[in-house]
Design a protein around this ligand. Structure first.
Ligand SMILES: NC(=O)C1=CN([C@@H]2O[C@H](COP(=O)(O)OP(=O)(O)OC[C@H]3O[C@@H](n4cnc5c(N)ncnc54)[C@H](OP(=O)(O)O)[C@@H]3O)[C@@H](O)[C@H]2O)C=CC1
Ligand SMILES: Nc1nc2c(c(=O)[nH]1)N=C([C@H](O)[C@@H](O)CO)CN2
Length: 236
C-alpha cells in the first residue's frame, strides 16, 4: 500500500465525536479504520461507507494488544492514529480503584501501547500524525471526575514524550475540548450550568473537533502541541 491512500485510525468511533470525524474523513475520500466497543448504528454506517471496523475493548493490556494484532493484520501502513476512545466516569463509592484503573487503561495505557507497537506503520516517508483527544479539564482538575481528569493529564504528557521521541518522521499533538456535545441524559439545568462555564457559552458540536484534527493533519510545523477547543472556558 502506498502512503498516499494509507488509512487513518480513529479509536472509539462508533458514536458522537469519533463517528463524526470518521464520516468527515470518508467524505474527503480518506480511507478510515475505526475501533468500537459496543456495536452501534454508527458502526454499520461506517462499514457501509467502506470503513474497516475493528472491535476493541481497552480494559486491560490483553485487550489492547489483541486490538494491535488485529490492526496490524488489517493494514501495512497508516496516515494517522487518532486516540479518541474514552470513558467519562465519576468516582463511585466502593469501586474507586476500578474506576481509576479503567480511566488509566483507556486514556493512557491504550495510547501508550498502540503508539509504541504501531509507530512503524506511520513510518512511510509521507506526512504522519498521532493525535490524542484529551480534555480542557486537565488545566484545573475536576471535583467529580478525579481519576478521569488525572488520566487525561497523563495523556497530555504522553503527547510531549511521543512528540520528542517520534520527531521528525511523525508529528504528535493533542486536542483538549471543553463542552462539545451533551449526552442524551443531560437535563436542562445541567445544560444551562455547563454552557455558563465558557465565555462563548455554546454547545458547538463535533465539527469543531474535525476542524482541529484537519488543522493538525495539514500543518507540517506543529508537534508537541495540545489545542484548547474550549469556548474560552479559561476566561470565565
Ligand atoms: N463530548 C464532549 O463534550 C467532550 C469530549 N471530550 C473528549 O472527546 C473524545 C470524544 O468524546 P465523545 O464522543 O463524547 O466520547 P464518548 O463518550 O462517546 O466515547 C467514545 C467511545 O469510546 C469508547 N470507549 C469507552 N471506553 C472504552 C474502552 N475501555 N475500550 C474501548 N472503547 C472504549 C465508547 O465505547 P462504547 O460505545 O462501548 O461506550 C465510546 O463509543 C473523548 O476522548 C472525550 O474524553 C472532551 C471534552 C468534552
Ligand atoms: N468520553 C467522554 N468524555 C467527556 C464527555 C463525554 O461525553 N464523553 N463529556 C464531557 C463534558 O461535555 C464536559 O466537558 C462538560 O460537561 C467531558 N468529557
Amino acid at each position: 500500500m502506498s502512503q498516499a491512500n494509507a488509512p487513518i485510525l480513529i479509536t472509539g468511533a462508533g458514536q458522537r465525536i469519533g463517528l463524526h470525524c470518521a464520516e468527515r474523513l470518508l467524505d474527503a475520500g480518506q480511507p478510515v479504520i475505526i475501533s468500537y466497543r459496543s456495536h452501534r448504528p454508527g458502526v454499520d454506517r461506517l462499514r457501509e461507507r467502506g470503513a474497516t471496523t475493528l472491535h476493541a475493548d481497552f480494559s486491560g493490556a490483553e485487550g489492547i494488544m489483541a486490538f494491535i494484532e488485529a490492526l496490524r493484520e488489517q493494514t501495512p501502513a497508516l496516515r494517522a492514529i487518532v486516540h479518541n476512545a474514552s470513558g467519562w466516569q465519576r468516582e463511585e463509592a466502593g469501586r474507586e480503584a476500578e474506576v481509576f484503573q479503567r480511566m488509566f487503561e483507556v486514556h493512557m495505557l491504550a495510547p501508550y501501547l498502540i503508539n509504541l507497537h504501531c509507530a512503524d506503520l506511520l513510518r512511510h516517508g509521507g506526512p504522519a500524525d498521532i493525535v490524542h483527544i484529551s480534555d480542557d479539564v486537565t488545566r484545573a482538575g475536576s471535583k467529580k471526575h478525579i481519576a478521569y481528569a488525572a488520566s487525561k493529564a497523563g495523556l497530555d504528557n504522553l503527547t510531549l514524550s511521543f512528540a520528542a521521541s517520534l520527531a521528525p518522521a511523525i508529528k504528535v499533538n493533542g486536542i483538549a475540548p471543553a463542552l462539545i456535545q451533551f449526552n442524551e441524559g443531560d437535563d436542562e439545568a445541567y445544560r444551562r450550568k455547563a454552557l455558563a462555564k465558557s465565555a462563548l457559552g455554546i454547545e458547538p458540536g463535533a465539527e469543531v473537533i474535525y476542524q482541529s484534527l484537519r488543522y493538525l493533519l495539514d500543518n507540517p510545523y506543529v508537534t508537541g502541541t495540545t489545542l484548547a477547543v474550549n469556548g474560552g472556558r479559561h476566561l470565565v
